[in-house]
Design a protein around this ligand. Structure first.
Ligand SMILES: C[S@@+](CC[C@H](N)C(=O)[O-])C[C@H]1O[C@@H](n2cnc3c(N)ncnc32)[C@H](O)[C@@H]1O
Length: 255
């Protein structure tokens, strides 16, 4: 099994090259990869694995499949100013790990989540049903592969949340997504988003991207945002979660 897994990581750059050669972009490749990974996964599986992990080691799973991060992240977002009457946009919502606690907290109709992976959107919808939250009238949709959010009315959200999403896309896609997100923010809204940072500018492995903080600040200023770093975010979300990501708070520039 471990040989197969290693082989998979060796083959992925070639598959990515194949996508490029037939004129497909990063989102085509990335959504294909995630959809393949999740095609047989269910929300019940994820929850079962979390329970097993707690039983065996008295410790939760780490990373994306650690469901315990959801309520911790909601607490963090509330401390940053989210109120139950806010309209909330979850960009790159995954299987709803953060979405579910946020939906429970918000007034009905105030949550919209989107993800480039149709399989993760399928699981997010399963999760809503499993938790009996259908009456909260949340919306989940699959992000178009060209990152186009024009189906959403301008100035519709008070809060935009994007967790570990910009660290999985090339810098030119970050620019495109931030441009789209800016359009759907209300005047006093904020974006909370983290990104992978490194002084080795715009470096990448097959699924993660890092940029320097200087380049990120230059980009967001150019797009008309004020940038503030939330330095203690990783400690506040979970003390034992080391992070190579920076969390930024973006507001519309008054200049
Ligand atoms: C590491 S996961 C984090 C998921 C979720 N935010 C969470 O914390 O549970 C990153 C997610 O971003 C999604 N994603 C990546 N690029 C995207 C894009 N351009 N538009 C929307 N979602 C994207 C991926 O499909 C993936 O589900």
């Amino acid at each position: 099994l471990s040989i197969l897994r290693k082989l998979k990581w060796k083959l992925l750059p070639l598959i990515k090259l194949g996508f490029t050669l037939i004129g497909k972009n990063w989102n085509h490749f990335y959504s294909w990869m995630i959809n393949r990974q999740e095609r047989n996964n269910t929300i019940d599986n994820i929850i079962k694995k979390n329970k097993r992990s707690i039983d065996k080691n008295n410790k939760c799973l780490k990373g994306l499949y650690d469901i315990s991060a959801g309520p911790e992240i909601l607490q963090f977002i509330i401390e940053e100013g989210l109120t139950s009457t806010d309209r909330f946009f979850d960009f790159g919502c995954g299987y709803g790990r953060v979405g579910i606690p946020v939906i429970r907290y918000l007034n009905s109709g105030n949550y919209v989540g989107t993800d480039i992976s149709a399989e993760r959107i399928r699981m997010a919808k399963e999760y809503v049903e499993r938790e009996n939250l259908q009456n909260k009238n949340s919306i989940f949709f699959n992000t178009p592969l060209n990152n186009d959010l024009s189906q959403i009315a301008p100035s519709s959200f008070d809060f935009v949340w994007s967790f570990s999403v910009f660290s999985h896309m090339p810098f030119y896609d970050v620019e495109e997504c931030l441009t789209q997100l800016k359009r759907i923010m209300k005047k006093d809204a904020m974006i909370l988003a983290n990104y992978g940072y490194s002084d080795r500018i715009h470096s990448t492995n097959i699924s993660a991207y890092w940029v320097s903080e200087d380049d990120m600040i230059k980009l967001v200023n150019k797009l008309g945002f004020d940038y503030k770093e939330i330095e203690d975010w990783a400690d506040r979300i979970s003390p034992d979660r080391a992070s190579y990501e920076k969390m930024m708070k973006l507001t519309l520039s008054s200049k």
